[in-house]
Design a protein around this ligand. Structure first.
Ligand code: PEP
Ligand code: MG
Length: 587
């Protein structure tokens, strides 16, 4: 609840899409959609089940109509998101589980649907992998549409005042955001979600500031309240006082000015003062982000997380569908290279054809490459699709969570089989495709010299490497201050990997979040990394830092960092060095 009328209030959440918006809140109160749960007589059960069936069919038709309209208006770029919702609707479990509740508990369709949703929420809430956990928002959006249909209501588009409105909701479906485009909305805030929801991806692709994961913010009492949204730091300030407003108006101007300057200089080469070139590429989760990477000065994709294509569906995507999606991204970034990471799902829970089992410790369970190796036929579909794309332009393949040489060899056997199958069918592919591995498990660091003999490149996933090296859950906010990229153990790991790669004559890249923070650039450049891959919005800032550094100076700084025993000491030293040698590196 709002504490006192018009009192300034600061909320903190997850920075989902950068930028600053100053406007008024429009609270979209979809979560508290009135649902009347009432009993049904035994002899009305079949008609109640029929009512549910009709509502689901009608909702599906509505979504199909929206899809057709969007296809006409905006082309096919974002239709994938609507397709996800259509696929959920086609999954008969939503209907059959709710029908069983109507029959077993003798309650109406609305109540049964809510109960089914609660069950899914509980299940998804227990998933450790943030990406998979956030997929619940798609199911919620679909259930909400069905409930509205049952209530005889229409899913209204959000009304916005041109250039003024910051939408606040418990959650926003991708369909909402697509309908929002061109409606004057300048930012969005959600209680649910994080950086990897469809909504967040679309917000970034549309350059709309967004903050997610703020509890209890979709309060109708905030409707029309003046507010500031800072998607870069993950803050929302409601009823800002004059001083705060002035400060943010300045910050907004500065951000827009910087962004313009960054975008203007985006095309400049990522070359240091002493003429050394560092490859800067983008991390993406969907093909629509490819163009964004290029416009921010990225030269290709260093990490395409393919997971999204596999989620929320009954069947695994066929080779043909994967080929189409990967090709779309490749065409968007061509002639630059596209690095496709094979499926990195956090456990087998959400994938079609696998049981919905909950692992005791999913971060160390059947995930990523282990899951792929456990379903070789499905995995080979992905390998063939990637290989086929490689015939059309520079493509690299990358395997996640490799822990040892044996595992890599098993993967290579499957890749070899996939190549033979294509060759037998006279389907073209790049026979010299670069095969890289992610280094994100401490065992892989320790044997980096052995792995380097059997891979064409390394890409360090610092997000997981830090988590596993320090035993700190990367998504646990209570341990956030112990999640230390500058921990001496992490720095030694980075050095060991880059040295092993270069010793074997292969490039060393980083695609974890650490690569996208200009503050770490002197160390990464100084250690000798060849390529950094990051979110599109970070590329111009990192590029600016590269262009301000000399590699020689960076190497001295990196070397000196190893003389400290704690992350705090390294940070202090780095701050001082940046202030002296590369001023304006970090505020
Ligand atoms: C990483 O672990 O750093 C990485 C890039 O992979 P993900 O964040 O997808 O686990
Ligand atoms: Mg990882």
């Amino acid at each position: 609840m709002v504490s006192a009328k018009n009192e300034m209030r600061l909320f903190s959440g997850i920075a989902a899409s950068p930028g600053i918006a100053v406007g008024r809140l429009r609270v979209v109160d979809r979560q508290s959609l009135a649902v009347e749960v009432c009993p049904v007589e035994r002899d009305s059960v079949s008609s109640e089940i029929e009512r549910l069936r009709t509502a689901i069919d009608q909702t599906r038709s509505e979504l199909e109509a929206i899809r057709a309209r969007l296809a006409e208006d905006t082309g096919s770029d974002h239709l994938f998101f609507i397709d996800t919702h259509l696929l959920i609707m086609c999954d008969d479990r939503l209907f059959s589980e709710s029908a069983a509740i109507i029959e077993g508990s003798l309650i109406n369709a609305e109540g049964a649907l809510r109960r089914t949703l609660l069950k899914y929420r509980e299940f998804f809430g227990g998933i450790e992998d943030a990406y998979l956990r956030e997929r619940i928002s798609d199911i919620e959006a679909v259930v909400e549409r069905i409930l509205l249909t049952l209530n005889g209501q229409v899913h209204e588009p959000i009304c916005a005042e041109q250039g003024q409105t910051i939408v606040v909701a418990h959650d926003l479906a991708a369909a909402d955001i697509l309908q929002m485009e061109n409606e004057g909305i300048i930012g969005m805030v959600t209680e649910a979600g994080g950086r990897t929801t469809h909504a967040a991806i679309l917000a970034r692709a549309s350059r709309l500031p967004a903050v997610a994961g703020i509890d209890d913010v979709a309060d109708p009492a905030y409707d029309n309240a003046p507010a500031i949204l800072d998607g870069t730091t993950g803050r929302l300030i409601v009823h800002p006082d004059q001083a705060t407003l002035r400060r943010y108006q300045k910050l907004k101007q500065r951000y827009e000015y910087d962004e313009l300057a960054w975008l203007k200089s985006a095309a400049l080469p990522p070359v240091t003062l002493d003429g050394h070139r560092l490859e800067l590429r983008g991390n993406v989760e969907a093909p629509e982000e490819g163009q964004l990477v290029l416009s921010h000065g990225g030269e290709g994709i260093g990490l395409y997380r393919t997971e999204m294509l596999f989620m929320n569906r009954q069947e695994m995507p066929e080779e043909e569908e994967q080929y189409r999606v990967y090709s779309a991204l490749q065409q968007a970034v061509s002639p630059h290279p596209l690095t496709i990471r094979t499926l990195d799902a956090g456990g087998d829970k959400l994938l079609a054809g696998t049981r919905l089992s909950v692992e005791q410790n999913p971060a160390m369970g059947v995930r990523a490459i282990r899951l792929a190796l456990a379903m070789p036929d499905e995995f080979k579909k992905q390998l063939r699709a990637i290989l086929r794309v490689s015939a059309n332009g520079a493509t690299r393949i990358m395997f996640p969570m490799i822990s040892g040489v044996e595992e890599l060899r098993r993967v290579r056997v499957l890749l070899d089989e996939a190549q033979k199958e294509l060759a037998a069918a006279s389907i073209p592919f790049d026979r010299a495709i670069q095969v890289g591995i992610m280094i994100e498990i401490p065992s892989a660091v320790t044997i980096a010299d052995l792995l380097a003999k059997e891979a064409d490149f390394f890409s360090i996933g610092t997000n997981d490497l830090i988590q596993y090296s320090l035993a700190i859950d990367r998504s646990n906010e209570h341990l956030a201050n112990m999640y230390q990229p500058l921990h001496p153990a992490v720095l030694r790991s980075l050095r060991q990997v880059v040295e092993a790669a270069h010793e074997a004559g292969i490039p060393a890249c980083i695609c974890g979040e650490m690569a996208g923070d200009p503050f770490f650039l002197p160390i990464l450049l100084g250690l000798g990394f060849d390529e950094l891959s990051m979110n599109a919005s970070s590329i111009p800032k990192v590029k600016q830092m590269v262009r301000r550094c000399s590699r020689e100076r960076a190497a001295e700084i990196a070397c000196a960092c190893f003389s400290f025993a704690t992350a705090a000491q390294v940070e202090e030293f780095l701050k001082t060095q940046i202030a002296i040698h590369f001023p304006t590196g970090r505020e």
